[in-house]
Design a protein around this ligand. Structure first.
Ligand code: FES
Length: 274
């Protein structure tokens, strides 16, 4: 961040009378865009969250449906501290996300956040490794790093070319996009772990940041451990409160029992028992 940008953000926070660490707000939707089958990008106006949100953090999104507030944890795909816009990319996976996809500009959602502990942002040459919806929080990391003059590389994997619409979203923020598909329809045929060892040996990446299916993160972590490269992973667990109160997201780690919502979702890979 440049000095001028720092000042601008500080000025905005001061103008808002200071912003608490997390807030629960009603956020008007300004766009709802279909990215591919069953995957949408929703953008809402939530300046008090967008000003504070860091890459890797998440929000609890609530929809008023038949008088019930359904809350879903969603990673932050973009947070613009100029406009106050917050973008979330999600796949329809049940009643809550189906209801979310049916909302239109002019409707609003309840947003609680920003929550959790995000990715490392002070890094020289990171490689982002993602699969499926795990690429959503990595998109914000890529944009944030680029804005702070650090270009990450990205390695993304999917079953088919159609799942890798992400490459269009990342292209302005990263220094090289590497792709694998299970069926070979785009990039290298195989998994991200097919090409990762060679990529790490041929480059001087100082941190691998992985987000995606747990089996992918487990295998990425094992490769990084073997090659002596630092790695962090973003875990996904069923969540209740999202605030560290209900214990529904507790996991065992090398440093004891931790809550994914509060202590994570991002953890050093070596702390996690996969
Ligand atoms: Fe309640 Fe994590 S979701 S403690």
């Amino acid at each position: 961040m440049t000095l001028r940008e720092e000042k601008t953000t500080a000025e905005k926070v001061a103008a808002l009378g200071g912003i608490p660490a997390k807030v629960d707000v009603e956020a008007p939707i300004i766009s709802q865009e279909r990215l591919t089958d069953g995957v949408y990008r929703l953008t809402a106006v939530a300046p008090s969250i967008a000003l504070r949100a860091m890459p890797g953090q998440f929000v609890q999104v609530g929809i008023n449906k038949s008088g019930t507030l359904l809350r879903r944890p969603l990673g932050i795909a973009a947070a613009d501290n100029g406009t106050g816009n917050l973008s979330l990319i999600y796949r329809i996976a049940g009643k809550g996300t189906l209801a979310l996809s049916q909302l239109k500009p002019g409707d609003s959602i309840k947003v609680l956040g920003p929550l959790g502990h995000g990715f490392t942002t002070k890094v020289q040459k990171p490689l982002l490794v993602g699969g499926g919806m795990g690429l959503s929080p990595l998109l914000y990391e890529a944009e944030y790093l680029q804005r702070h003059r650090c270009n990450a590389g990205v390695l993304m994997g999917g079953r088919t070319e159609q799942e890798l619409f992400w490459r269009q979203l990342f292209k302005d923020y990263v220094n090289g996009i590497h792709i694998t598909t299970d069926d070979g329809s785009l990039g290298t045929k195989g998994f991200v772990t097919t090409v990762l060892p060679e990529m790490l040996q041929d480059n001087d990446y100082d941190l691998v940041i992985a987000c995606g299916p747990e089996i992918m993160m487990k295998n990425v972590a094992a490769i990084c451990r073997e090659l002596g490269i630092a790695c962090e992973v973003s875990l996904e667990r069923r969540m209740g409160c999202g605030l560290g109160a209900c214990l529904s997201c507790s996991i065992d780690t090398l440093s004891g029992r931790r809550k994914v919502c509060k202590d994570g979702p991002v953890f050093p890979a070596e702390e996690v028992f996969f």
